[in-house]
Design a protein around this ligand. Structure first.
Ligand SMILES: [Zn+2]
Length: 279
């Protein structure tokens, strides 16, 4: 369960800055692919897998499942999603610019798109080994999370990682509420034992090799859900948009008529977590 949980939650938006992602044609030896389309989904899948049609349908479903939930922060999004599924984990790591073996617990990454005109600015690259271990529900949550990164142009966001990852998880778990219990379980258990976290997770807590990624993602997700539930989803959209544009948490909270300082925000979030844990 812990493995699957980590895989579901650890879909990161940002690739290592030192080694930018490379396209299929530049990533070492090329691999034969099959391209399929379904509605707004396009899948570019290793020919060896033979399931390109399924991935195109999964992408189309992810686009549809998040459409209304991202409309407030990404009104101009076309809904088009491109998903690439290479034939091996090694090739996945090449495509996202990661060191061999370093992305074993990452199931998918959103990267900058190809240079062909008309292609979406960002695309989703799937770790085939990790993704094949997920349940249908886990895969649906993963793609909804990554699709949110694409819709909101996460790679260009100035928002802190907790907001970028938390918003993507918020959208994904609104779309698939039946996955919430598994995702929040370890964090709430931790809070029952040790109390709530001291503060929001920092940028370094989201690196692919960090321990406790599942708990970190749950903290970020529940910071976003805290705003949506104790205030409103529209207020969350406003706070996210302000952070995305580079405003501080205090400024963003004020703009949304919510907590008027970062300290007040964190205090409210910790109380919310404590209440959820039933402590
Ligand atoms: Zn992510």
């Amino acid at each position: 369960m812990a493995l699957a949980l980590g895989l579901i939650l650890a879909g990161c938006a940002k690739t290592p800055a030192a080694s930018p992602p490379v396209g299929p044609s530049q990533a070492g030896t090329s691999e034969a692919v099959v391209v399929e389309r379904a509605g707004r989904g396009t899948a570019i899948v290793s020919a060896a897998r033979g399931d390109a049609g399924r991935w195109a349908r999964l992408a189309n479903t992810a686009s549809a499942m998040i459409a209304t939930r991202v409309a407030g922060v990404a009104p101009a999004w076309s809904g088009e999603l491109v998903v690439e599924v290479p034939g091996s984990q090694r090739r996945f790591e090449q495509m996202v610019g990661a060191k061999p073996g370093s992305y074993g617990q990452i199931a998918a990454v959103t990267v900058a798109g190809g240079s062909d005109p008309g292609s979406p600015a960002e695309r989703i690259v799937v770790n085939p080994v990790a993704a094949d271990k997920l349940s249908d529900l886990g895969l649906a949550v993963l793609l909804a999370h990554e699709a949110t990164h694409v819709a909101t142009n996460s790679l260009d966001s100035s928002a802190p990682m907790w907001a970028v990852e938390g918003f993507a998880d918020y959208v994904a778990y609104q779309a698939y509420p039946q996955a919430r219990g598994v995702a929040s379980g370890p964090l709430l258990g931790e809070i029952r034992t040790n109390g709530p976290p001291a503060g929001l997770p920092g940028e370094e807590d989201f690196t692919a090799s960090a321990s406790g990624l599942g708990v970190t993602y749950a903290e970020a997700w529940l910071a976003c859900r805290y705003v949506a539930e104790t205030s409103s989803p529209q207020q969350l959209d406003t706070i996210y948009t302000e952070l995305d544009e580079g405003k501080s948490l205090s400024e963003a909270g004020r703009a949304a008529g919510f907590a008027d300082s970062a300290d007040a925000f964190e205090t409210g979030w910790r109380k919310y977590l404590t209440r959820l844990a039933g402590r």
